[in-house]
Design a protein around this ligand. Structure first.
Ligand code: GDD
Length: 236
């Protein structure tokens, strides 16, 4: 029997994309015996649209649930909420826009169940990564900046810290997310810093990525905040 897999999908005003993404995930799991998907948690983070209702009315599956709260808190807070509620033996998170191909899920879960890693992160920046539609140049540059800063400050060798496709053993997920202090997009780097401090085994694996140009990320606000956070993470 394959390990039980929980997937967390953080969602902020995703009513246009969430149903397609969840449906594709359910179809993918149903067609892949190597994937034992037992739980999908959509975390609606202060959405002002009808993301949660869309999930509840359009998805007919007992393994899909939602968590919703009134005030927008940020992606890091939302993923943490989902991870701490998850019951699977493997816990992963992915973006609501379905940018990352699901084809990678069997490999990621296999690496974790065979104890070859505690954390597997998706990467758009390895030679084998398959990018079918690129992010704008300034986003690519920001990603490179995070890579160089985490390499320099924390000696972390991961080429794509921000890819929203990361999987964990349940124990690793709890040890990383329980103490998480980041509420925004900087949480991806905090997770990697904490994992390194705890001595967890991390593997970075290539993914297929199709960028959706609709993005809630502000390069100035979120990029600057993430870079500042790197100094803070040195003391965690
Ligand atoms: N819960 C919650 N989710 C959020 C929030 N802001 C964004 N999200 C969710 O985070 C995911 C990515 O956000 P997008 O708006 O699609 O941004 P992107 O530019 O395509 O995302 C890329 O950059 C992000 C920042 O580094 C990455 O987090 C993301 O994985 C991807 O690489 C989506 O599922 C979106 O709903 C928020 O405040 N709260």
């Amino acid at each position: 029997m394959q390990a039980k897999l929980s997937i967390i999908i953080p969602a902020y005003n995703e009513s246009d994309r969430i149903v397609r993404t969840v449906s594709e995930l359910l179809e993918f799991a149903a067609a892949n015996p190597a994937v034992n998907l037992t739980e999908v948690i959509v975390v609606c983070d202060g959405c002002s649209d009808n993301t949660e209702e869309k999930v509840k009315t359009s998805i007919d599956s007992s393994i899909v649930s939602t968590i919703s709260y009134a005030k927008n808190q940020g992606k890091g807070f939302a993923v943490r909420t989902g991870v701490l509620a998850a019951k699977g033996e493997i816990i992963g998170f992915m973006d609501a826009d379905g940018s990352t191909s699901l084809e990678e899920i069997p490999l990621f879960t296999q690496i974790l169940t065979e104890s070859r890693a505690d954390v597997v992160i998706g990467s758009r920046s390895l030679p084998e990564s398959n990018i079918t539609r690129r992010q704008p140049f300034y986003r690519w540059l920001l990603g490179k900046c995070f890579y160089l800063c985490t390499l320099w400050i924390d000696h972390l060798p991961y080429h794509d810290t921000q890819c929203g496709f990361k999987f964990f053993t349940a124990d690793a997920a709890r040890s990383l997310f329980e103490p998480l202090i980041s509420k925004g997009f900087e949480f991806d780097i905090e997770i990697l810093v904490r994992a390194a401090h705890l001595g967890l085994k991390i593997q970075e694996k290539p993914v297929t990525w199709h960028n959706d140009p609709r993005s809630s990320v502000s390069v100035i606000r979120d990029g600057f905040k993430t870079l500042i956070s790197l100094w803070k993470f040195r003391r965690i």
